[in-house]
Ligand binder design. Sequence first.
Ligand code: ADP
Ligand SMILES: O=C(O)[C@@H](O)C(=O)COP(=O)(O)O
Length: 422
Amino acid sequence: MALLLGCIADDYTGASDLANTLTRNGLRTVQTIGIPDASLPLPDVDAVVVSLKIRSVVASEAIAAALAAEAWIRQRGARHVLYKICSTFDSTDAGNIGPVTEALVAAAGSDIALVTPAFPETGRTVYRGHLFVNGQPLDESPLKDHPLNPMHDADLVRVLQRQSKGGVGLVDLETIADGEAAIAARLAALAAEGNTAAIADAVFERDLVLLGSVAARFSVSTGASGLGLGLARALRPADRASATADALAPVGGYAAVIAGSCSRATLEQIDRAERSMPVLRLDPEALIDGETEIAKAIAFADAHVADGPLVIAASAPPDAVAALQARHGREASGHAIERATSAIAAALVERGVRRLVVAGGETSGAAVDRLGIPAFLIGPEIAPGVPVLQTVGDAHGGLIMALKSGNFGGKDFFEQALAAMR
Ligand SMILES: Nc1ncnc2c1ncn2[C@@H]1O[C@H](COP(=O)(O)OP(=O)(O)O)[C@@H](O)[C@H]1O
Ligand SMILES: O=C(O)[C@@H](O)C(=O)COP(=O)(O)O
């Protein structure tokens, strides 16, 4: 059957967040890691989320990967492609939200894309083009200290303009309140003025439902799960007003958490987990230096994993992250730690871990790649934006995983996730 919606996600946690939203809003969805091999047995679905790891790579690489995914999606009949970005607009002046959006718009022969990271369910709202995270302007929120994409400007029209060749306009909340025709007219006017993107305000779910209906008339849009909700509501078959994810078959085995996110939410979750399970906090400097710290993590797992879930974390607070980056460079520190956390994830799976939570987008991407997982089925939601996942076509006999965006989940997220993963 032709796809009703094709999505390209710029990281793997974001992809599972979007796949969760689409599933809960009536589209049967599968998450693939990259473009799937033709031999991969995928279920019959309405939507595919192709997960890429292009949020923090050079723009030319991100564009090439996104265009290849777009061609694959269009061949499967999808008339609309959603480029899934982070609800906190993680990017730099070099990209990649602007360059990828413009490349997708051009590839589709379109003229403008509606862009909104709003996701009210997780506290992300956009008003007058400014992004608020749980009520705080983006640049005053914990995202100002993100290890890879520190966000210092809440004005998304300005942020996206710095990354774009064409103009960037605004569809304000007043226009959205006036309804679909007003939104469509505003987009047409912005396109006629030479804008290639329009940031859309959205504060409530109803705004995203309207935006989804209008966006669905175009070929490409860019946004977070909130826009996914709007698109799913617009595109789902009439008899599927709501849907719940299928229960996943239990896998048993040992359980573990690997954390590489340094977000405030994840740091609090690690603190909280110390009350109920063994937690190893790795020494980031030693992780960069070599194998000894990885061996320490594996010895820790060997000592505890048979007794119940455990946590292994590289995560550190902003001052420690800044000090490490000052010594080794931002990207080099991030990549070295991702290599280490993914090696630890692989060692855990070799030791019989079958239920694995990974906290952090880049951290999850590195771990999923290292484990060679080609796709995920979407299970029940653990917390807004984080579903239980079941691997498809991997060489480990099937794993149950959760890929947690650094910023998502309450303080007891790890306990909650492990209870939901059987
Ligand atoms: N102690 C640390 N110091 C510096 N960087 C770290 C540390 N621990 C993890 N990192 C890196 O920080 C980045 C966190 O990004 P990510 O995994 O995407 O988390 P989030 O979901 O919070 O954005 C990764 O590149 C990770 O390797
Ligand atoms: O939209 C979101 O906030 C998430 O889906 C997401 O993309 C999070 O990225 P990470 O915080 O890097 O995991």
